[in-house]
Design a protein around this ligand. Structure first.
Ligand SMILES: [Zn+2]
Length: 298
């Protein structure tokens, strides 16, 4: 009887230890990683960020390594599935063979939801890697929002860069943004949207073009650690949805606003500024993308 009791106790103990040791995997977290290029560690010049430029081949490898650090961290923090979205320029920078083989990759455009294509309410955490400051920031490497033609985007009266717009999308779906990497200005601006986000500063912006870069290996270690902590501690908040999304866009030319008035619901409120309203954030996001990216006045 005593022996039997001991045996039962031992079996229960082993079962408990096994269950506990596999606890993170048992959570089954789905993690979404959006990867831009300007805020990648080691990317410091504008000859690195577009296809065809001499340094581009190096920077897409650097981009994959920062993404891999976040992927490793996400899995270590309890992710069982990681989806990476290539979010820069042509959105075909990351080479599948360079990525951690456990991650899936969303690549190339056209994507209606651009930097957050594929994100929905089935995800448990969002990570931004390689992000940059918004348009018209006085400092921040290659600060811009979407493209060079945008001076400012406001949603319901609040100015938003790419991090802000993508955060509004994540919150629409009820998924927390748990980590961001980029230059110090990008991280600072993200904290205004998500104060508890883990921010990894991989370089200090001296102005819009010069930076002080941290040692690359150290930056990647920090990305991995922050992704791990962020995913492990992630809790899904309830969806954060406004009753309507009023968007105001100021551009750096007068032609795009003029072209945009072809759509009767878009109002020209100043020669360089348009406004429109959509009832959902994904709809608003899709229109914003068309306005800055797909109107070619030539
Ligand atoms: Zn960008």
């Amino acid at each position: 009887m005593v022996f039997a009791f001991r045996k039962v106790f031992f079996v229960s103990f082993v079962a408990f230890v096994l269950a506990f040791s596999s606890w993170p995997a048992a959570q089954g977290k789905r993690v979404y990683i959006s990867v831009d290029m300007e805020g990648i560690s080691g990317v410091v010049g504008d000859d690195q960020t577009s296809a065809g430029q001499p340094e581009y081949g190096r920077s897409r490898k650097l981009m994959a390594e920062d993404a891999n650090a976040a992927i490793r961290g996400a899995f270590a923090g309890g992710a069982t599935e990681v989806v990476v979205n290539d979010s820069h320029g042509s959105q075909r920078n990351l080479l599948p063979e360079d990525l951690d083989p456990r991650a899936r990759l969303i690549s190339h455009s056209f994507k209606r939801h651009g930097m957050v294509e594929g994100l929905d309410d089935t995800f448990d955490a969002v990570i931004f890697v390689g992000y940059h400051a918004k348009a018209d920031s006085p400092r921040g490497l290659f600060a811009h929002t979407g493209s060079g033609v945008v001076k400012d985007v406001q949603v319901n009266g609040r100015s938003a860069g790419e991090g802000g717009l993508n955060t509004l999308m994540a919150h629409w779906y009820g998924v927390p943004v748990v980590m961001i990497s980029g230059d110090d200005v990008a991280v600072e601006q993200q904290k205004e949207w998500t104060p508890t986000v883990r921010g990894v500063v991989v370089k200090r912006a001296i102005n819009m073009r010069a930076v002080e870069a941290r040692p690359i290996a150290e930056a990647r270690r920090d990305i991995e650690a922050a992704a791990k902590e962020g995913v492990a501690g992630s809790r899904k908040p309830s969806r954060d949805r406004a009753s309507a999304y009023r968007v105001r866009m100021q551009l750096r030319n007068f032609t795009i606003p003029e072209v945009a008035t072809a759509f009767s619901e878009i109002q020209l409120v100043a020669p360089d500024t348009i406004e429109f309203t959509r009832s959902t954030m994904p709809e608003a996001y899709r229109v914003i993308r068309v306005l800055y990216r797909f109107i070619n006045p030539d």
